[in-house]
Design a protein around this ligand. Structure first.
Ligand SMILES: C[S@@+](CC[C@H](N)C(=O)[O-])C[C@H]1O[C@@H](n2cnc3c(N)ncnc32)[C@H](O)[C@@H]1O
Ligand code: SF4
Length: 456
């Protein structure tokens, strides 16, 4: 029996003179996984009740999903329902019940919640009084820390002055907006209908409240985008004086309208890996020159307002209470998915049940696997800290770490492994590689232990 994990190129990347472009062929899916098992549907509610009757651990967050959009953007795979006021009204009533009931569990009240995130879909499609009501309900029912980061994810379309006032009055202290690009022509090609002038006007209005960390998402690698237009997006973002930015590389999802238009030839091909890596590299250099603070491999802040609490907790596998149709959460490493259809969600609420669509049980080493995921999000592995999560990375993963170093993806500095620029670009692949390595290592150890026990 072989005693060490067989390293594959999918784990190590490949040796090349230009690892930023060539270490891997393509980015792996956004969420590293593997080693989880599904709970049979007829046991889901029992597992949920067991989890919620125990105390939570560590820093926790809460996610609220508003599953409505007015229009469907061409690149997006998150669209669920077209906004209709009657549907939204019903949903908000059900969401309030979901919050009030879940909040009564031992788990929900056991330790403070450090971050709240209203995402979607788009929470912008809520009416001002619904925003106020939900803000009041979460403050009354959940044990939020005094410095809880409370984010409202927003689209520009429909973000009126009245809604901005409601967001502030409801106690939100952060707004995250999907700019994607400031280029009006490219935006409209993605079905993002508002013009650059409108975006700038809304950002000015949000910053003028002086109550909100205002952060935006930009996407690089969109069809029609060039290095020149990408640099203009970054410059414009800096000029607005906002508090932070997330940079996403375009993931072309097969079922989206964008993918269909590209396949038909009515839209140009998006950037390939080498153009995307050039755009990433130029962005890192530019934001560094502008003295933006690096808060993660893909997120930057300016000034003291932006802390990026929710995003980092979500990527670290922290407990995440979840509410709303289509919301995803996590309790003690178990993945929780709530019903994605409005009917299914509403019917469960009527039966006084949590609208669970599925639960997955984590791998036995999930704490270690999440410690690694958190480290990749930050761009460096603190081995001393990671070793405390139930698995000795420093002892068992040397061959993989050495291969990353040889392939230009990481640099070892004592107890730290720092990702190079190439490593930052390929962080998700490396995280998946380490995840697979640990899962295989633990399988191998279990087999070897059994063999030793049998022999004895
Ligand atoms: C879950 S989406 C919701 C955004 C929000 N509904 C809006 O329209 O602004 C959050 C962010 O993911 C990013 N995103 C969505 N689809 C993407 C894709 N196909 N590739 C890369 N980033 C994507 C966008 O930057 C978006 O702002
Ligand atoms: S990008 Fe946002 S607004 Fe557009 S379809 Fe997706 S979730 Fe809806």
């Amino acid at each position: 029996m072989q005693e060490s994990v067989c390293l594959t190129e999918a784990m190590t990347g490949r040796s090349s003179p230009d690892p930023l472009r060539y270490a891997f062929d393509r980015k792996t899916g956004a969420h590293s996984g593997g080693g989880n098992t599904s709970v049979p549907p007829d046991q889901s509610l029992q597992v949920w009740n067991d989890l919620m009757s125990r105390k939570g651990e560590g820093k926790r967050a809460a996610y609220f999903h508003i599953p409505f959009c007015k229009t469907k953007c061409s690149y997006c795979g998150f669209f669920q329902n077209t906004t209709r006021s009657k549907l939204v009204d019903n949903f908000v009533n059900q969401l309030v019940l979901d919050i009030e009931r879940t909040a009564q569990t031992e788990n929900a009240q056991s330790t403070p919640i450090h971050a709240v995130y209203f995402g979607g879909g788009t929470p912008t499609d809520l009416e001002p009084q619904q925003i106020q009501r939900l803000g009041e309900v979460i403050h009354r029912n959940l044990p939020l820390t005094n410095d809880c980061e409370i984010t409202f994810e927003s689209r520009f379309n429909g973000l009126t002055d009245e809604k901005i006032s409601a967001i502030v009055d409801a106690g939100f202290n952060r707004v995250s907006l999907g700019v994607q690009t400031f280029d009006t022509f490219i935006r409209r090609k993605m079905s993002r209908i508002d013009s650059q002038e409108f975006l700038l006007d809304r950002l000015e209005k949000l910053t003028a409240t002086d109550q909100l960390a205002t952060v935006v998402d930009l996407i690089f690698g969109l069809p029609y985008q060039t290095m020149e237009s990408w640099m203009k997006d970054l410059e414009m973002m800096v000029q607005t004086g906002i508090d932070g930015v997330d940079l996403y590389q375009l993931i072309l999802m097969g079922h989206t309208r964008m993918a269909q238009s590209i396949a038909k030839g009515s839209m140009p091909q998006p950037a390939g890996i080498s153009e995307k890596s050039d755009m990433f590299s130029a962005a890192v250099e530019y934001l560094d020159q502008q003295h933006f603070r690096r808060l993660s491999v893909s997120h930057w802040g300016k000034g003291s307002r932006e802390r990026n609490v929710y995003n980092h907790l979500a990527k670290s596998g922290a407990d995440m209470l979840c509410f709303g149709s289509g919301a995803g959460g996590k309790i003690d490493g178990h993945g929780i998915m709530l019903n994605r259809t409005l009917d299914g969600y509403g019917e469960a609420i009527e039966r006084h049940q949590k609208p669970i669509m599925g639960i997955s049980r984590p791998h036995s080493l999930y704490k270690a696997l999440y410690a690694a995921a958190a480290a990749f999000d930050l761009g460096y592995l603190d081995l001393k800290k990671m070793d405390q999560a139930g698995f000795s990375f420093s002892e068992h993963c040397q061959p993989l770490f050495q291969a990353w170093e040889n392939n230009g993806l990481a640099i070892r500095k004592g107890n730290f492994i720092d990702l190079t620029l190439a490593g930052q670009f390929w962080a998700i692949n490396m995280n998946q590689g380490l995840h697979d390595y640990v899962v295989q290592f633990s399988k191998l150890s279990t087999i070897l232990n059994k063999q030793t026990a049998t022999a004895a």
